[in-house]
Design a protein around this ligand. Sequence first.
Ligand code: UDP
Length: 415
Amino acid sequence: MLERVPLLPKHLHDYAEVVEAGTIERITALAAPLEGKRVLHLNATAYGGGVAELLTTHVALLRSVGVDAEWEVMSGSDEFFGVTKGVHNALQGAEIEWGAEQERIYLDRVRDNAVRLDGDWDYIVVHDPQPLAIRQLVRNTPLDRDGTKWIWRCHIDLTTANDRVWQFFQPFVEQYDASVWTMPQFVPASLSASRAVFAPPCIDPLSVKNLDLGMPFVREICRKYGIDVDRPLVVQVSRFDPWKDPVGVIEAYRKMRTEIDGLQLVLAGSMATDDPEGFEVWAQTEQAAAGDPDVKLLSNLQQVGSVEINAFQRAADVVVQKSLREGFGLTVSEALWKGRPVIGGRAGGIALQIHDGVDGYLVDSIEECALRGLDLLRDPAVADTMGARGREHVRQQFLSTRELEDWLRLFAELA
Ligand code: UDP
């Protein structure tokens, strides 16, 4: 068996007070025919990054509606995760070294996991490229049952995927019964997959990260990290990854700072276990911050966990997610849900979440990011109004219950 992720239970009915009327009833009806079905979600990390965040809630909610769901994590190695991080970057358009050696490292490790995968599943949902080849590598084993439906969930924007790397992965994707994507634009034209479904990710309004948190708590948590909530604050929460452009955020902050006295910047980013690049980008970001005491670089290594992220997002006058490429960007919905306006890079799923000029701004450069930031910092009333609109937008489209409905519908269609 692969490593199983233990989960705290969640109850669909607890969501009734935050979701739109009729949602709970619709979900209950969709789930009834799927009662007792066995669903396995498989990914590469139980911690750090959006996929782990999503599965913590999604798998627990599947269980709460009677589906027999599990979440297992494949095992990797530094070498394997080095290769798959390269794959991730290449699928977002970067040039990387790719050849027989990388293919061997990738396939050997997925094969090890394929041998250890067991169970009797109605649906196996495989997330992202790391475990993707496992569907092929279990062929002619007891797991390769007729009744099992295989679904690949791609969280990445493949619009500008590096051809060589994509050509290696495409045949693996084509062996799945369905694939699920954040946006239609992400699906490569060359893909002849049997069924492509669109279901953007969602946030859990009842998780520690998103639960309402009183101002005294916010103030106290921020104080512990040297953040003064009485001074203006810009926050970006994301892994230390070049595509999240933390160095660009520091440059935008510097431009804003010349006009806004006492401005502070928080860059909070967890170090995911499948992301060896994190420490390198942290070092580059630290260098860019050049010892400025009002730039706080924080991570799980300083005990920044969900409640701290919640507090930083709430304390922010403006939240930034200045990604250059992005699958979805859960942090955008997280901040909008807290009533904060968000300035996002015009990339991937960020554009689904921000209505430009309504609940935040979409930007294409450091300059634009700084100008929009200044607009919001100078006019807190406008910032609050935009944030409030964002919260309603998230309530309608990006809460976990919507995602649960999408998946229940897909399972029923594939049955
Ligand atoms: N996150 C966190 N702590 C951090 C940085 C990020 O808990 O220090 C969370 C963040 O709140 C969000 C997820 O990690 O829930 C990141 O998801 P997103 O879709 O924004 O980006 P990804 O990391 O999947 O590219």
